[in-house]
Design a protein around this ligand. Structure first.
Ligand code: SF4
Ligand code: SF4
Length: 412
């Protein structure tokens, strides 16, 4: 017996995948495909998201850097077949949700919308409900498809019983369909392991790129240089799959230093496309989100949609990117340096905000995120000995980058 709610959701999903397939497939830009196997290109752009029944566009919309006035960017994504829009109450202080809500008004039955809340270990369910209702208002909808515990970095947050009570209440009221965990910072693996074991989450939105995969370095750089900083991440993705959870990848561009790569791109393939194909070649990854801020960027990105294998030129580009950026890219989440700081500076978190400023060129986002880090890097200014120097086994100069990030992003 199928419940009324299930029938309703099922119909919504059918409408979305059907409508978007019709919209998107004929509109894909063409790109040169160099197949190593000689097999016909696979062009399936919509993938099942775990057990949810959602069929999401494999390359989907990350909204963390859009603001009112960017509605045309969202509509360009929609017109080109993107049906999954990721957001959070914190993105642009609510601007991202407001922009999505305005741009997608009248299209709710053709898109999937997500949002997130940073629910701390002490947060009450009434506060979570308030946060959700704020997001629904800005998104101009009465439900989100997936509501995430945002940036999980502490198992205590996942042990808060109020989260689960809130989620049940919100589902019963039809305000959320599924719950998820998102994360890409410290303690990620511990948090995801715990969350999966609860059986209470449907989807993970987690970091994943070629730098997270030991196989990439073993196979293509012929050595083990510890760049595969999350050797457990492939295990987590497999575990999520075994639990019929969805896995949506983010941080797929390994720092997104796209301009550094332009001189090495040739034959119509770009570094971003290569990185996406690498991610989508993992059959346990259902899709990815990436920040989209311009129509040209969307055209570039979705040219890789439908791929399920990396290509010859892709590996050359990924390898070049790794060579160029190894010693200046923090592999957030490895945390091997943090015990070296006697002042408890959360080095990986600080360097994550640096990425927004330096790699993404988004000082506003960087300052917002830096402001959210409780114990920031203010202590660095009076730290003459700098014992964190040399603590990063990947060669990241924390003793330079961390104090510099504080100077750059501190509002004081
Ligand atoms: S600075 Fe180095 S050791 Fe510290 S979190 Fe980043 S990659 Fe890991
Ligand atoms: S420079 Fe900053 S991060 Fe490094 S040891 Fe000193 S206080 Fe800690």
């Amino acid at each position: 017996m199928i419940s009324r709610a299930k029938r309703l959701w099922g119909r919504r999903d059918f409408l979305k995948s059907g409508a978007m397939a019709g919209l998107g497939l004929g509109l894909l830009p063409t790109f040169k495909r160099i197949s190593t196997t000689g097999a016909a290109p696979v062009r399936e752009r919509y993938h099942e998201l775990g057990r949810t029944g959602i069929k999401m566009s494999d390359i989907s919309f990350g909204s963390d850097r859009i603001h009112p006035g960017d509605e045309n960017v969202v509509l360009h994504a929609f017109d080109n077949g993107i049906n999954y829009y990721d957001s959070a109450e914190t993105y642009g202080g609510g601007d991202a949700e407001t922009t999505l809500g305005k741009a997608l008004k009248g299209k709710r039955d053709k898109v999937y919308l997500t949002s997130k809340v940073v629910a701390g270990p002490e947060m009450r369910k009434q506060e979570m409900m308030q946060a959700l209702e704020g997001s629904l208002g800005r998104l101009q909808t009465d439900y989100v498809d997936i509501y995430f515990q945002h940036a999980v970095n502490n198992v205590a947050r996942l042990k808060n019983p109020e989260w689960y009570e809130f989620a049940e209440d919100a589902k019963r009221q039809g305000k959320i369909r599924f719950t998820g965990m998102s994360g890409h910072a410290g303690n990620l693996i511990e948090c995801l392991d715990y969350g999966i074991d609860t059986g209470k989450f449907d989807v993970i939105l987690g970091a994943y790129n070629f730098g997270h995969d030991p196989a990439f370095y073993q196979k293509y750089l012929r050595n083990w240089d510890m760049v595969a900083i999350q050797p457990d991440l492939p295990r987590i993705i497999k575990k999520a799959k075994a639990h019929q959870m969805g896995y949506v990848a983010m941080k797929t561009l390994h720092g997104a230093r796209l301009n550094d790569m332009r001189p090495y791109e040739s034959g119509g393939a770009t570094f971003a496309q290569a990185a996406f194909r690498w991610v989508l070649s993992n059959p346990d990854v259902d899709g990815l989100i990436v920040t989209m801020t311009s129509t040209a960027q969307i055209d570039e990105y979705i040219a890789a949609s439908g791929a399920r294998a990396a290509e010859d030129g892709d590996l050359r580009l990924l390898r070049k990117y790794a060579e160029l950026n190894n010693s200046s890219t923090c592999r957030r989440g490895c945390n091997l340096c943090e015990s070296s700081c006697p002042y408890g500076v959360p080095i990986a978190e600080v360097l994550r905000t640096r990425m927004y400023a330096v790699d993404y060129g988004d000082l506003r986002l960087a300052r917002e995120e830096y402001g959210l880090i409780g114990a920031n890097a203010g202590a660095c200014l009076a730290c003459d000995a700098k014992p964190c120097a040399g603590a990063c086994p990947h060669g990241v100069h924390t003793e330079l980058f961390v104090p510099d990030t504080h100077r750059m992003l501190s509002r004081a």
